[in-house]
Design a protein around this ligand. Structure first.
Ligand code: FES
Length: 122
């Protein structure tokens, strides 16, 4: 026995294609290649850097030394807010956490968009 219209698939409405979040790592050296990587929410920038060999220097990797300080040129609001340990290091350097972060601590929070970062010029 058949019910309704078996040949008509009323399924869910079409969804807009999802544009993944992309992180662009620029180099401080002009003309050097940039590295772009897709990043789902929760991705740590340090892991992306390791995976893609991005041009960001690291040392302690634990919010102590400030080696991994990056300027966030675009998409700062797409990152999780800094925690106390990160804020303490940025404060030592007199950095504004709204535009400068630690790549060893920053984490992606959005599903789509574009974040562009560049290591602080030594
Ligand atoms: S590598 Fe030392 S603070 Fe990030």
């Amino acid at each position: 026995m058949r019910h309704g219209h078996p040949d008509v698939d009323l399924g869910s409405p079409p969804r807009a294609p999802t544009v993944p979040l992309v992180v662009v790592f620029e180099s401080v050296e002009s003309g050097a290649a940039t590295v772009e990587a897709e990043a789902p929410p929760g991705t740590r920038l340090v892991d992306l850097c390791d995976e893609r060999n991005a041009p960001v220097p690291f040392s302690c990797r634990s919010a102590s030394c400030g080696t991994c300080r990056i300027d966030v040129l675009e998409g700062a609001e797409l990152l999780e807010p800094p925690r106390d340990e990160e804020l303490d290091v940025l404060d030592i350097f007199g950095d504004d956490p709204a535009r400068r972060r630690l790549a060893c601590q920053a984490q992606v929070r959005a599903e789509s968009g574009r974040i562009r970062v560049r290591p602080v010029d030594p």
